[in-house]
Design a protein around this ligand. Structure first.
Ligand code: 4AD
Ligand code: MG
Length: 457
Protein backbone atom coordinates (compact mmCIF):
# COMPACT_ATOMS: atom_id res chain seq x y z
CA UNK A 1 0.00 0.00 0.00
CA UNK A 2 1.45 3.35 -0.95
CA UNK A 3 1.22 5.59 2.09
CA UNK A 4 3.15 8.01 4.25
CA UNK A 5 4.39 7.20 7.77
CA UNK A 6 2.65 9.28 10.41
CA UNK A 7 6.08 10.38 11.60
CA UNK A 8 6.66 11.98 8.22
CA UNK A 9 3.18 13.40 7.92
CA UNK A 10 3.64 15.10 11.30
CA UNK A 11 7.06 16.48 10.48
CA UNK A 12 6.57 17.58 6.86
CA UNK A 13 8.09 21.07 6.80
CA UNK A 14 5.85 22.68 4.16
CA UNK A 15 2.61 20.82 4.58
CA UNK A 16 0.20 23.30 3.06
CA UNK A 17 -1.56 21.81 0.06
CA UNK A 18 0.22 18.49 0.31
CA UNK A 19 -2.02 15.45 -0.14
CA UNK A 20 -0.97 12.28 1.66
CA UNK A 21 -2.39 8.90 2.56
CA UNK A 22 -1.72 7.61 6.06
CA UNK A 23 -2.67 4.33 7.73
CA UNK A 24 -2.98 3.50 11.40
CA UNK A 25 -5.09 2.59 14.38
CA UNK A 26 -7.67 4.91 15.93
CA UNK A 27 -6.65 6.01 19.40
CA UNK A 28 -9.36 8.52 20.26
CA UNK A 29 -12.34 10.11 18.63
CA UNK A 30 -14.35 13.15 19.64
CA UNK A 31 -16.88 15.12 17.68
CA UNK A 32 -19.22 18.07 17.52
CA UNK A 33 -22.19 18.35 15.21
CA UNK A 34 -20.04 19.55 12.32
CA UNK A 35 -16.57 18.01 12.78
CA UNK A 36 -14.94 14.91 14.14
CA UNK A 37 -11.38 14.65 15.46
CA UNK A 38 -9.70 11.34 15.19
CA UNK A 39 -6.27 10.63 16.61
CA UNK A 40 -4.36 8.13 14.58
CA UNK A 41 -1.22 6.21 15.47
CA UNK A 42 0.84 3.90 13.29
CA UNK A 43 3.66 3.41 15.80
CA UNK A 44 6.24 5.36 13.76
CA UNK A 45 6.25 8.24 16.22
CA UNK A 46 5.26 8.97 19.77
CA UNK A 47 2.87 11.73 18.70
CA UNK A 48 -0.36 10.83 16.99
CA UNK A 49 -1.73 12.50 13.93
CA UNK A 50 -4.95 14.43 14.34
CA UNK A 51 -7.31 13.77 11.48
CA UNK A 52 -10.11 16.30 10.99
CA UNK A 53 -13.34 14.96 9.52
CA UNK A 54 -15.70 17.53 8.08
CA UNK A 55 -18.97 15.74 8.67
CA UNK A 56 -20.87 17.85 6.13
CA UNK A 57 -18.45 17.17 3.30
CA UNK A 58 -17.44 13.61 4.04
CA UNK A 59 -19.42 10.45 4.46
CA UNK A 60 -17.76 7.57 6.27
CA UNK A 61 -18.45 4.32 8.04
CA UNK A 62 -18.99 4.93 11.78
CA UNK A 63 -16.74 1.92 12.42
CA UNK A 64 -13.83 4.12 11.28
CA UNK A 65 -14.07 6.11 14.49
CA UNK A 66 -14.02 3.23 16.97
CA UNK A 67 -11.12 2.85 19.39
CA UNK A 68 -8.62 0.39 17.92
CA UNK A 69 -10.08 0.27 14.39
CA UNK A 70 -7.54 0.34 11.57
CA UNK A 71 -8.10 2.91 8.85
CA UNK A 72 -6.54 4.47 5.83
CA UNK A 73 -7.02 8.22 5.36
CA UNK A 74 -6.22 10.43 2.41
CA UNK A 75 -6.29 14.14 2.95
CA UNK A 76 -4.55 17.46 2.93
CA UNK A 77 -1.81 18.25 5.43
CA UNK A 78 -1.98 21.57 7.27
CA UNK A 79 -0.17 23.11 10.21
CA UNK A 80 -1.83 21.93 13.40
CA UNK A 81 -4.36 24.37 14.78
CA UNK A 82 -2.93 23.79 18.26
CA UNK A 83 0.57 22.69 19.20
CA UNK A 84 3.42 21.63 16.96
CA UNK A 85 3.42 19.52 13.85
CA UNK A 86 0.75 19.01 11.25
CA UNK A 87 -2.76 17.66 11.07
CA UNK A 88 -4.73 16.10 8.27
CA UNK A 89 -7.97 17.36 6.73
CA UNK A 90 -9.53 14.12 5.55
CA UNK A 91 -10.90 13.80 2.03
CA UNK A 92 -11.46 10.08 2.19
CA UNK A 93 -11.40 7.59 5.03
CA UNK A 94 -11.51 3.83 4.51
CA UNK A 95 -11.98 1.15 7.11
CA UNK A 96 -9.29 -1.52 7.02
CA UNK A 97 -10.32 -3.56 10.04
CA UNK A 98 -13.09 -2.87 12.51
CA UNK A 99 -12.54 -3.16 16.24
CA UNK A 100 -15.44 -4.33 18.42
CA UNK A 101 -16.04 -2.90 21.91
CA UNK A 102 -14.52 -5.92 23.67
CA UNK A 103 -11.09 -4.67 22.50
CA UNK A 104 -9.12 -4.95 25.74
CA UNK A 105 -7.09 -1.76 25.29
CA UNK A 106 -9.44 0.76 26.89
CA UNK A 107 -8.56 4.00 28.59
CA UNK A 108 -9.81 2.77 31.96
CA UNK A 109 -7.99 -0.57 32.04
CA UNK A 110 -4.37 -0.09 31.32
CA UNK A 111 -2.43 -1.17 34.40
CA UNK A 112 0.87 -2.79 33.55
CA UNK A 113 -0.23 -5.96 35.37
CA UNK A 114 -3.29 -6.23 33.20
CA UNK A 115 -1.42 -5.42 30.00
CA UNK A 116 1.07 -8.20 30.76
CA UNK A 117 -1.79 -10.66 30.23
CA UNK A 118 -2.23 -9.43 26.63
CA UNK A 119 1.32 -9.24 25.26
CA UNK A 120 -0.01 -9.37 21.69
CA UNK A 121 -2.01 -6.15 22.09
CA UNK A 122 -0.18 -4.14 24.74
CA UNK A 123 2.31 -2.76 22.21
CA UNK A 124 -0.42 -0.49 20.90
CA UNK A 125 -0.51 1.50 24.14
CA UNK A 126 1.57 4.65 24.57
CA UNK A 127 3.81 3.12 27.20
CA UNK A 128 4.73 -0.03 25.32
CA UNK A 129 4.94 1.77 22.01
CA UNK A 130 7.50 4.08 23.62
CA UNK A 131 9.42 1.29 25.38
CA UNK A 132 9.95 -0.67 22.21
CA UNK A 133 10.95 2.32 20.13
CA UNK A 134 13.58 3.10 22.76
CA UNK A 135 14.65 -0.54 22.78
CA UNK A 136 15.17 -0.45 19.04
CA UNK A 137 17.09 2.82 19.10
CA UNK A 138 19.28 1.55 21.95
CA UNK A 139 20.07 -1.64 20.04
CA UNK A 140 21.03 0.36 16.96
CA UNK A 141 23.21 2.66 19.06
CA UNK A 142 25.03 -0.33 20.56
CA UNK A 143 25.86 -1.64 17.12
CA UNK A 144 26.89 1.84 16.03
CA UNK A 145 29.19 2.31 19.03
CA UNK A 146 31.04 -0.91 18.36
CA UNK A 147 31.15 -0.39 14.61
CA UNK A 148 32.56 3.11 15.02
CA UNK A 149 35.23 1.72 17.34
CA UNK A 150 36.24 -1.03 14.90
CA UNK A 151 34.83 -3.99 16.75
CA UNK A 152 33.67 -6.92 14.66
CA UNK A 153 30.21 -8.31 15.27
CA UNK A 154 30.37 -12.07 15.65
CA UNK A 155 27.49 -14.50 15.92
CA UNK A 156 28.21 -17.05 18.58
CA UNK A 157 26.25 -20.31 18.68
CA UNK A 158 23.06 -20.62 20.63
CA UNK A 159 23.29 -24.38 21.01
CA UNK A 160 26.39 -25.24 22.96
CA UNK A 161 28.07 -28.09 24.84
CA UNK A 162 29.87 -25.92 27.39
CA UNK A 163 28.27 -24.05 30.26
CA UNK A 164 29.97 -20.66 30.39
CA UNK A 165 28.85 -19.52 33.78
CA UNK A 166 29.04 -23.04 35.23
CA UNK A 167 26.03 -22.39 37.41
CA UNK A 168 23.97 -25.29 36.09
CA UNK A 169 21.32 -23.01 34.66
CA UNK A 170 21.37 -24.35 31.12
CA UNK A 171 18.25 -25.42 29.31
CA UNK A 172 18.86 -28.80 27.74
CA UNK A 173 18.53 -29.32 24.02
CA UNK A 174 17.41 -32.83 23.25
CA UNK A 175 15.54 -34.90 20.70
CA UNK A 176 15.25 -37.89 22.99
CA UNK A 177 11.69 -39.20 23.22
CA UNK A 178 9.63 -38.75 26.34
CA UNK A 179 9.95 -41.57 28.81
CA UNK A 180 13.08 -43.06 27.25
CA UNK A 181 14.83 -45.20 29.84
CA UNK A 182 18.60 -45.41 30.14
CA UNK A 183 20.86 -46.91 32.76
CA UNK A 184 23.02 -43.78 32.98
CA UNK A 185 23.17 -40.16 31.91
CA UNK A 186 26.08 -40.98 29.62
CA UNK A 187 24.02 -43.58 27.80
CA UNK A 188 21.11 -41.17 27.46
CA UNK A 189 23.24 -38.45 25.86
CA UNK A 190 25.10 -40.91 23.64
CA UNK A 191 21.78 -41.68 21.98
CA UNK A 192 20.84 -38.02 21.78
CA UNK A 193 21.06 -35.77 18.70
CA UNK A 194 24.60 -34.51 19.30
CA UNK A 195 25.83 -37.69 20.98
CA UNK A 196 26.55 -35.64 24.08
CA UNK A 197 24.85 -33.26 26.45
CA UNK A 198 23.91 -29.95 24.80
CA UNK A 199 22.02 -26.88 25.89
CA UNK A 200 21.05 -23.30 25.11
CA UNK A 201 23.92 -20.92 25.69
CA UNK A 202 23.89 -18.79 28.86
CA UNK A 203 26.51 -16.48 27.32
CA UNK A 204 28.45 -16.08 24.09
CA UNK A 205 31.63 -15.26 25.99
CA UNK A 206 33.62 -18.45 25.51
CA UNK A 207 33.22 -18.32 21.75
CA UNK A 208 33.64 -14.53 21.89
CA UNK A 209 37.09 -15.09 23.39
CA UNK A 210 37.93 -17.31 20.43
CA UNK A 211 37.10 -14.44 18.07
CA UNK A 212 38.80 -11.76 20.20
CA UNK A 213 42.05 -13.70 20.10
CA UNK A 214 41.98 -13.37 16.32
CA UNK A 215 40.34 -9.95 15.70
CA UNK A 216 41.31 -8.16 18.95
CA UNK A 217 37.95 -6.42 19.35
CA UNK A 218 34.65 -8.19 18.88
CA UNK A 219 31.18 -8.17 20.31
CA UNK A 220 28.14 -10.38 20.25
CA UNK A 221 24.59 -9.22 20.70
CA UNK A 222 22.09 -12.00 20.87
CA UNK A 223 19.85 -14.04 23.13
CA UNK A 224 21.09 -15.90 26.20
CA UNK A 225 19.06 -18.43 28.12
CA UNK A 226 18.98 -19.19 31.82
CA UNK A 227 16.86 -21.82 33.48
CA UNK A 228 17.09 -20.08 36.81
CA UNK A 229 14.12 -20.33 39.05
CA UNK A 230 14.12 -16.64 39.96
CA UNK A 231 10.71 -15.09 39.83
CA UNK A 232 11.91 -11.49 40.09
CA UNK A 233 11.41 -8.20 38.29
CA UNK A 234 14.89 -8.43 36.75
CA UNK A 235 15.27 -12.04 35.62
CA UNK A 236 14.09 -13.66 32.42
CA UNK A 237 14.64 -17.16 31.09
CA UNK A 238 15.51 -15.61 27.71
CA UNK A 239 17.26 -12.26 27.56
CA UNK A 240 19.40 -10.31 25.12
CA UNK A 241 23.04 -10.06 25.93
CA UNK A 242 25.61 -7.55 24.70
CA UNK A 243 29.07 -9.07 25.07
CA UNK A 244 32.22 -7.33 23.87
CA UNK A 245 35.53 -9.13 24.24
CA UNK A 246 38.80 -7.25 23.89
CA UNK A 247 42.32 -8.60 23.53
CA UNK A 248 45.25 -6.73 25.13
CA UNK A 249 42.82 -5.22 27.66
CA UNK A 250 43.07 -5.49 31.42
CA UNK A 251 40.34 -4.84 33.95
CA UNK A 252 40.75 -1.02 34.09
CA UNK A 253 40.67 -0.88 30.27
CA UNK A 254 37.42 -2.82 29.98
CA UNK A 255 35.85 -0.74 32.76
CA UNK A 256 36.61 2.36 30.70
CA UNK A 257 35.05 0.79 27.61
CA UNK A 258 31.89 -0.26 29.46
CA UNK A 259 31.42 3.24 30.86
CA UNK A 260 32.02 4.92 27.52
CA UNK A 261 29.66 2.59 25.68
CA UNK A 262 26.84 3.06 28.18
CA UNK A 263 27.13 6.84 28.01
CA UNK A 264 27.17 6.74 24.23
CA UNK A 265 23.99 4.68 24.09
CA UNK A 266 22.18 6.74 26.74
CA UNK A 267 23.03 9.91 24.83
CA UNK A 268 21.76 8.43 21.59
CA UNK A 269 18.47 7.42 23.21
CA UNK A 270 18.00 10.88 24.78
CA UNK A 271 18.62 12.52 21.44
CA UNK A 272 16.72 10.19 19.13
CA UNK A 273 13.79 9.45 21.44
CA UNK A 274 13.14 12.88 22.91
CA UNK A 275 9.33 12.49 22.93
CA UNK A 276 9.49 9.05 24.50
CA UNK A 277 11.93 10.26 27.15
CA UNK A 278 9.65 13.19 28.01
CA UNK A 279 6.83 10.72 28.43
CA UNK A 280 8.85 8.38 30.70
CA UNK A 281 10.05 11.37 32.68
CA UNK A 282 6.49 12.58 33.24
CA UNK A 283 4.64 9.30 33.77
CA UNK A 284 7.05 6.46 34.60
CA UNK A 285 10.01 7.85 36.58
CA UNK A 286 9.99 11.45 37.72
CA UNK A 287 13.41 12.98 37.20
CA UNK A 288 14.52 10.29 34.75
CA UNK A 289 16.04 12.71 32.26
CA UNK A 290 17.94 14.54 34.92
CA UNK A 291 19.22 11.23 36.28
CA UNK A 292 20.45 10.18 32.85
CA UNK A 293 22.02 13.56 32.14
CA UNK A 294 23.93 13.25 35.39
CA UNK A 295 25.04 9.76 34.39
CA UNK A 296 26.38 11.05 31.08
CA UNK A 297 28.26 13.86 32.77
CA UNK A 298 29.61 12.09 35.84
CA UNK A 299 32.42 9.60 36.24
CA UNK A 300 31.13 6.24 37.47
CA UNK A 301 32.35 5.20 40.91
CA UNK A 302 34.71 2.27 41.41
CA UNK A 303 34.70 0.44 44.74
CA UNK A 304 36.62 -2.63 45.82
CA UNK A 305 34.43 -5.51 47.00
CA UNK A 306 36.27 -5.62 50.33
CA UNK A 307 35.54 -1.94 50.86
CA UNK A 308 31.92 -2.45 49.77
CA UNK A 309 31.49 -5.15 52.42
CA UNK A 310 32.88 -2.79 55.07
CA UNK A 311 30.43 -0.07 53.98
CA UNK A 312 27.52 -2.51 54.11
CA UNK A 313 28.46 -3.83 57.53
CA UNK A 314 28.52 -0.31 58.90
CA UNK A 315 25.28 0.67 57.17
CA UNK A 316 22.47 1.86 59.36
CA UNK A 317 19.86 -0.37 57.68
CA UNK A 318 18.48 -3.80 58.39
CA UNK A 319 19.22 -6.05 55.41
CA UNK A 320 17.28 -9.24 54.88
CA UNK A 321 20.52 -11.09 54.05
CA UNK A 322 23.61 -10.64 56.23
CA UNK A 323 26.87 -9.50 54.62
CA UNK A 324 30.19 -11.13 55.32
CA UNK A 325 33.39 -11.05 53.32
CA UNK A 326 33.04 -13.97 50.93
CA UNK A 327 29.28 -13.81 50.46
CA UNK A 328 27.69 -12.69 47.21
CA UNK A 329 26.00 -9.29 47.24
CA UNK A 330 22.23 -9.50 47.12
CA UNK A 331 20.12 -7.01 45.18
CA UNK A 332 19.33 -5.13 48.42
CA UNK A 333 23.07 -4.65 49.05
CA UNK A 334 23.74 -3.66 45.47
CA UNK A 335 20.97 -1.11 45.54
CA UNK A 336 22.09 0.33 48.86
CA UNK A 337 25.58 0.87 47.48
CA UNK A 338 24.53 2.48 44.23
CA UNK A 339 21.46 4.38 45.49
CA UNK A 340 22.40 5.49 48.99
CA UNK A 341 26.18 5.48 49.15
CA UNK A 342 27.39 6.46 45.67
CA UNK A 343 24.13 7.75 44.17
CA UNK A 344 25.34 6.84 40.70
CA UNK A 345 26.54 3.78 38.79
CA UNK A 346 29.32 1.97 40.61
CA UNK A 347 31.74 -0.74 39.51
CA UNK A 348 32.36 -3.13 42.41
CA UNK A 349 35.69 -4.83 41.73
CA UNK A 350 37.80 -7.77 42.87
CA UNK A 351 35.25 -10.22 44.19
CA UNK A 352 36.20 -13.34 46.17
CA UNK A 353 37.07 -16.06 43.67
CA UNK A 354 34.68 -18.60 45.24
CA UNK A 355 31.58 -16.65 44.27
CA UNK A 356 32.66 -15.91 40.71
CA UNK A 357 33.25 -17.91 37.52
CA UNK A 358 36.19 -20.17 36.71
CA UNK A 359 37.48 -18.04 33.83
CA UNK A 360 38.22 -14.87 35.77
CA UNK A 361 41.78 -13.71 36.23
CA UNK A 362 43.12 -14.63 39.62
CA UNK A 363 44.58 -11.73 41.55
CA UNK A 364 48.01 -11.98 43.22
CA UNK A 365 46.34 -12.06 46.68
CA UNK A 366 45.17 -15.61 45.92
CA UNK A 367 41.70 -14.74 47.24
CA UNK A 368 40.06 -12.50 44.69
CA UNK A 369 39.55 -12.26 40.94
CA UNK A 370 39.80 -9.30 38.55
CA UNK A 371 36.07 -9.10 38.06
CA UNK A 372 33.58 -6.29 38.34
CA UNK A 373 29.83 -5.87 38.37
CA UNK A 374 28.33 -2.55 37.37
CA UNK A 375 25.51 -1.62 39.72
CA UNK A 376 22.98 1.07 38.88
CA UNK A 377 20.28 2.76 40.98
CA UNK A 378 16.86 1.15 40.74
CA UNK A 379 18.11 -2.17 39.45
CA UNK A 380 21.43 -3.36 40.86
CA UNK A 381 23.71 -5.33 38.54
CA UNK A 382 23.43 -4.57 34.83
CA UNK A 383 26.91 -5.62 33.74
CA UNK A 384 29.05 -8.62 34.70
CA UNK A 385 32.66 -8.06 33.65
CA UNK A 386 36.12 -9.47 34.11
CA UNK A 387 39.63 -9.82 32.89
CA UNK A 388 40.02 -13.45 31.79
CA UNK A 389 42.59 -15.83 33.20
CA UNK A 390 45.21 -16.01 30.45
CA UNK A 391 47.57 -18.38 32.23
CA UNK A 392 47.05 -22.01 31.21
CA UNK A 393 48.09 -23.58 34.53
CA UNK A 394 46.10 -21.19 36.68
CA UNK A 395 43.01 -21.71 34.56
CA UNK A 396 43.31 -25.49 34.73
CA UNK A 397 43.74 -25.28 38.50
CA UNK A 398 40.59 -23.14 38.84
CA UNK A 399 38.62 -25.58 36.69
CA UNK A 400 39.83 -28.58 38.63
CA UNK A 401 38.93 -26.89 41.91
CA UNK A 402 35.39 -26.63 40.52
CA UNK A 403 35.46 -30.25 39.38
CA UNK A 404 34.84 -29.24 35.78
CA UNK A 405 35.27 -31.65 32.90
CA UNK A 406 38.39 -30.27 31.19
CA UNK A 407 37.78 -32.26 28.02
CA UNK A 408 34.68 -30.15 27.29
CA UNK A 409 36.86 -26.98 27.31
CA UNK A 410 39.78 -28.16 25.18
CA UNK A 411 39.38 -25.35 22.65
CA UNK A 412 39.05 -22.74 25.37
CA UNK A 413 42.24 -24.01 26.99
CA UNK A 414 44.03 -23.98 23.64
CA UNK A 415 43.64 -20.19 23.56
CA UNK A 416 45.97 -20.12 26.57
CA UNK A 417 48.41 -22.50 24.91
CA UNK A 418 48.87 -20.74 21.60
CA UNK A 419 49.78 -17.07 21.84
CA UNK A 420 47.83 -16.32 24.99
CA UNK A 421 47.14 -12.63 25.65
CA UNK A 422 45.62 -10.61 28.46
CA UNK A 423 42.00 -10.02 27.51
CA UNK A 424 38.78 -8.85 29.08
CA UNK A 425 35.10 -8.58 28.35
CA UNK A 426 31.71 -7.91 29.79
CA UNK A 427 28.08 -8.87 29.46
CA UNK A 428 25.39 -6.21 29.55
CA UNK A 429 21.86 -7.45 30.13
CA UNK A 430 20.07 -5.52 27.41
CA UNK A 431 16.64 -5.62 29.05
CA UNK A 432 18.08 -4.32 32.31
CA UNK A 433 19.62 -1.49 30.35
CA UNK A 434 16.28 -0.69 28.73
CA UNK A 435 14.69 -0.68 32.20
CA UNK A 436 17.33 1.75 33.35
CA UNK A 437 16.83 4.24 30.54
CA UNK A 438 13.04 4.08 30.48
CA UNK A 439 12.40 3.83 34.22
CA UNK A 440 10.26 0.72 33.70
CA UNK A 441 10.40 -1.34 36.87
CA UNK A 442 9.66 -4.82 35.59
CA UNK A 443 11.83 -6.62 33.06
CA UNK A 444 8.70 -8.31 31.72
CA UNK A 445 7.55 -4.91 30.47
CA UNK A 446 10.56 -4.28 28.26
CA UNK A 447 10.42 -7.64 26.45
CA UNK A 448 8.03 -8.46 23.64
CA UNK A 449 7.18 -11.93 24.89
CA UNK A 450 8.84 -12.41 28.27
CA UNK A 451 9.65 -15.94 29.35
CA UNK A 452 10.05 -16.89 32.98
CA UNK A 453 9.47 -19.92 35.13
CA UNK A 454 6.01 -21.38 34.46
CA UNK A 455 5.33 -18.73 31.85
CA UNK A 456 5.57 -18.97 28.10
CA UNK A 457 2.72 -17.05 26.52
O1 4AD B 1 26.89 -11.64 35.10
P1 4AD B 1 26.60 -12.58 33.99
O2 4AD B 1 26.11 -13.93 34.34
O3 4AD B 1 27.93 -12.64 33.12
C1 4AD B 1 28.14 -13.42 32.04
O4 4AD B 1 27.31 -14.15 31.53
C2 4AD B 1 29.47 -13.23 31.41
N1 4AD B 1 29.78 -14.40 30.61
C3 4AD B 1 29.45 -11.96 30.60
C4 4AD B 1 30.76 -11.66 29.94
O5 4AD B 1 31.72 -11.35 30.61
N2 4AD B 1 30.81 -11.73 28.62
O6 4AD B 1 25.53 -11.91 33.01
C5 4AD B 1 25.79 -10.65 32.43
C6 4AD B 1 24.59 -9.75 32.53
C7 4AD B 1 24.13 -9.46 33.96
O7 4AD B 1 24.86 -8.42 34.53
C8 4AD B 1 22.67 -9.09 33.75
O8 4AD B 1 22.56 -7.74 33.34
C9 4AD B 1 22.28 -9.97 32.58
O9 4AD B 1 23.46 -10.38 31.93
N3 4AD B 1 21.54 -11.16 33.04
C10 4AD B 1 20.22 -11.30 32.95
N4 4AD B 1 19.27 -10.49 32.46
C11 4AD B 1 17.99 -10.91 32.50
N5 4AD B 1 17.61 -12.12 32.99
C12 4AD B 1 18.55 -12.97 33.49
N6 4AD B 1 18.16 -14.16 33.95
C13 4AD B 1 19.91 -12.57 33.48
N7 4AD B 1 21.06 -13.15 33.87
C14 4AD B 1 22.04 -12.26 33.59
MG1 MG C 1 26.67 -11.47 37.11
Amino acid sequence: MKHTDIYEALHEKSPIGKTVTVCGWVRTFRESSAVGFLELSDGTSFSRLQVVLDKNALSFDAECTKNGASVCVTGELVKAFKGEGNELNAKEIKLLGKCPPEYPIQKKRTTLDFLRTIPHLRLRTNTFNAVFRVRSVAAQAIHRYFHEHRYYYVHTPIITASDCEGAGEMFRVTTQPCGAKYASEAEYYKEDFFGQKAGLSVSGQLEGEVAATAFSKIYTFGPSFRAENSNTTKHLAEFWHVEPEVAFAELPDIIEIAEEMLKYVIEAVMEECADEMNFFDAFIEKGLKEKLNRVIESKFAVCDYTEAVEILKKADVKFQYPVEWGSDLQTEHERYLTETVFQKPVFVTNYPKEIKSFYMKQNPDGKTVAATDLLVPGIGEIIGCSEREADYDKLVAAMKARKMDLSAYRQYLDLRKFGSVPHSGFGLGFERFVMYVTGMENIRDVTLFPRWVDNIM
